[in-house]
Design a protein around this ligand. Sequence first.
Ligand SMILES: *Cc1c(COP(=O)(O)O)cnc(C)c1O
Length: 436
Amino acid sequence: MEPRALRDLPSVDALLAEEPVRALAAEHGRDVAVAAARTALDRAREELRAGHAPGDLAARVEAEAATLLEPRLRRVLNATGVVVHTNLGRAPLPEAALERIAEVARGYSNLEYDLGAGVRGSRHDHLAPALRRLTGAEDALVVNNNAGALLLALAALAEGREVIVSRGELIEIGDGFRIPDVLARSGARLVEVGTTNRTRLADYERALGDATAVLLRVHQSNFRMVGFAERPALRELARLAERRGVALVDDLGSGAVAPLGDEPAPRESVEAGAHLVTFSGDKLLGGPQAGIVAGRADLVERLRRHALQRALRPDKLQLAALEGTLAAHRAGAVPVLRMAEEPADAVRARAERLASACAGEVVETVARIGGGALPLAELPSFACALPGELAAPLRLGEPPVVGIVRAERLLLDCRTLTDAEADEAAAAVERARSAR
Ligand SMILES: *Cc1c(COP(=O)(O)O)cnc(C)c1O
């Protein structure tokens, strides 16, 4: 039906009774057909008011339904040069992690089943040995993410008691996530010591009292202090904590299992005497969203037994992916590390190929690690520069390509694209150009 005036528009029910729309409802469900019919009618009404004929309504319902049925969470080509890009899903998973997910999730698994004894087991037992080897800690626990790891550690060790933190480490990480807020939610009381730029061992020492349960150290993540700045070495804090019988918790943020810049390694932190270290699964570890807590066995056990643990526990997909990621580290096959460490010449060669495939220009850029790790680290990189008008059509294409717009040019940074993705980007540019 092709209405010419507002009064010609059918009701939703009348539209649903038309044959192609009936078939649509039969195939995809009535709710999809109703939603598509409503949207189609709304758009037709707008067009008629603007003096345009909306064309065949049933065809429009089919088009709206097709849009509705498309997945919303989609694969994207990251041409921003930010390796751990939180808005773009942080770490692309290693092949081994994908294989573990497919293997474990397709059917049933021994997630909480002890195959040896034929009785109920714990989901936390599977990864603990590998994490012990990785960190050198006595025991380890995986939770949903690192914010959860910190929350659980503070709730289990310091609820109703005091946690001492340097004013220089009361950071906001991104999207309004602030360390002091997490601390407050854990039920612990925050005691701030030192100043923004300088905190000494004596500051912790003076604040330590009967109510103190934890000394907390937080990695500064996305910012750095330069110049007149000072904080005690972790080893000194560990000695103080030991002497006064309190726990030292070190939130490493990203953590770097493989050495990268000055990013702290969980193993070094454990060796320096931190009683618990926490770090993310999807930053420089390059795996799934997860929070890893490693440290003294009795403290890890307290976290495991805390009620919040049940609310923060990882699911089988996270555990499978994390197990695969740890295997990929042993094999040196972790995408975020490959991207972070790829020689600039190789990135340049990829940018040249992309530029010659889509008539762009190779420009030098600076790529970043992102995800709150190594904010000052500049990774020399190369991009294919294109006219800025291509930014929107490329974002809206399939697959979407997200680059950086600078001085009215669109830069497609090639450090965060694989060779195959660069080819896909070239084809996407071709399509975006021909659609204009
Ligand atoms: C990123 C970060 C977190 C939060 O980690 P998620 O895995 O995103 O929950 C906590 N603490 C620090 C220091 C961080 O850098």
